[in-house]
Structure formats: C-alpha cells, structure tokens
Design a protein around this ligand. Structure first.
Ligand SMILES: *[C@@H]1O[C@H](CO)[C@@H](O)[C@H](O)[C@H]1NC(C)=O
Ligand SMILES: *[C@@H]1O[C@H](CO)[C@@H](O)[C@H](O)[C@H]1NC(C)=O
Ligand SMILES: *[C@@H]1O[C@H](CO)[C@@H](O)[C@H](O)[C@H]1NC(C)=O
Length: 209
C-alpha cells in the first residue's frame, strides 16, 4: 500500500487520515464552546451596558470641537463625559478644543445638557456667548477660566445651584450684582474678566469662602 509520511511508514494512509480528521474535529469542537463563552461574557457583563444613541449630545460635542470620528458610539464612555442614567452630568474638556458655546443651546427647546452639574472648559479656545448656558439650571460647578467666552454675566443669575464659578481671564462683562441670587456660591473668581460693579452687592452670598 502507499506510504503517507516517511516517519509513519508502518501506518496505512487511511488510518493516518482518520487520525488527522479525528484530531481536527477535537480541536474545532474543543475550541468552539470556549469561543462562544468568551463572546457571551463580553455581551453579558454588567459594565458592558450601553446608553442609547444620543444624536443631540453627539452634535453638541462636535460643536464643542470634539472630532466626530473619535466619539464612541456610547458617548457616556468618553473620558471627558460623565453620565448618570445615561444623562450627561459632567463635561470636562481638554485645552485644545476650539468649539463654540452654542453647543449648549437648546435645539427646538430640547437640550442634551439639562442634567449637567459640572462643566469645565478651562483654558480651551472655546468662544461664544455665556447666554447659551441660561437654561442649565442643574449646574453646580463651572470653570470657563482662560477661554474666549464672552457675554453678560446676567445670563448666569438663574443658575441658583452654582457652588463654584470660575470666570478668570474671560471676556465676560456686566454687573457683579447679577450674581446676588446665587446664594449657594462658595467659590468665585472674576479676576481679569470684564465684570465690574459694587462688591457690596455680593453681601447676600454668605456661603462664599
Ligand atoms: C478646530 O480645530 C480643528 C482641528 O485642529 C480644525 O480642523 C478646525 O478647523 C478648527 N475649527 C475652528 C473653528 O477653528
Ligand atoms: C431656554 O429654554 C427655552 C424654553 O425651553 C427655549 O425656548 C430657549 O431656546 C432656551 N435657550 C437656550 C439658550 O437654550
Ligand atoms: C448686561 O445686561 C444687563 C441686563 O440686561 C444690562 O442692564 C447691562 O447693561 C448689560 N451689561 C453689559 C456690559 O452689556
């Protein structure tokens, strides 16, 4: 009979083929269940939960200067974005951004940032008017220092939950007295901004540290 391999000279070819096939079957059969287990694991882990697609927030983040092809499908997994129940509560964007504050404006009366509590755009090249933040009444911490943001500080007088407000080195102007309703304020920086007025009008801010 024909010889299969020199080494297995004594083994008939049919038997060799049979052994090889059996070995292959074992290999494939053994590998498949573990592959399935792996992909199952990937899909069922609790932290693999994905927030639904949020087109409004995606558009807004693009307006803030984030490149669309670098935005993950689930925006809440982006390192600059923090969410609770899939609503954006934290935005901390890096210095190189060059977008516009219009990103915060409502579109058809809907804003993706109504739950936003913490906003830091510090040192970015963002520009635009403070007025865009007028409806973000959940804001507690806001840092716009060193940005090109402008506008009238009266736009902030409805943000009653603000605890920390940093407007150092901005073009924001207007009367400092328009902050008098913000009685939760503990930290306030207005150095090198265009804000002016009588500091006595801040006497209501008894929590200021
Ligand atoms: C913002 O920066 C990006 C990337 O550096 C650039 O492509 C874009 O033109 C800039 N946009 C503005 C409005 O300056
Ligand atoms: C603020 O909310 C009102 C009412 O929903 C809306 O008409 C307006 O466009 C919003 N303004 C901004 C700047 O988002
Ligand atoms: C800011 O807005 C207030 C109220 O609308 C207005 O009286 C004031 O003149 C404005 N200040 C500046 C510097 O535009």
């Amino acid at each position: 009979s024909e010889q299969c391999f020199p080494f297995y000279r004594t083994v008939p070819c049919d038997a060799m083929r049979g052994l090889l096939l059996a070995w292959c079957a074992l290999l494939v059969g053994g590998a498949r269940p573990s592959m399935q287990a792996n992909s199952l694991n990937a899909d069922t882990r609790p932290n693999a939960f994905r927030c639904p697609n949020n087109e409004l927030a995606r558009t807004a983040l693009q307006k803030l200067g984030l490149e669309s092809d670098k935005l993950p499908e689930d925006l809440c997994t982006h390192p600059s974005v923090g969410c609770e129940d899939c609503r954006v509560v934290r935005l901390e964007l890096k210095a190189w951004l060059n977008g516009t504050m219009e990103a915060f404006q409502a579109v058809d009366s809907v804003s993706p940032f109504t739950a936003l509590r913490r906003l830091s755009l510090k040192g970015s090249a963002l520009s635009g008017d403070l007025r865009s933040l007028v409806n973000l009444t959940a804001l507690e911490v806001m840092d716009l220092s060193g940005t090109a943001v402008s506008g009238n500080i009266t736009s902030l007088s409805g943000l009653r939950k603000l605890i920390s407000l940093q407007l150092k080195k901005t073009q924001v102007e207007g009367d400092v007295g328009s902050l008098s309703p913000l009685t939760a304020l503990r930290w306030l920086t207005l150095a090198k901004s265009g804000v002016s007025g009588d500091v006595q009008s801040l006497a209501t801010l008894t929590a200021l540290e």
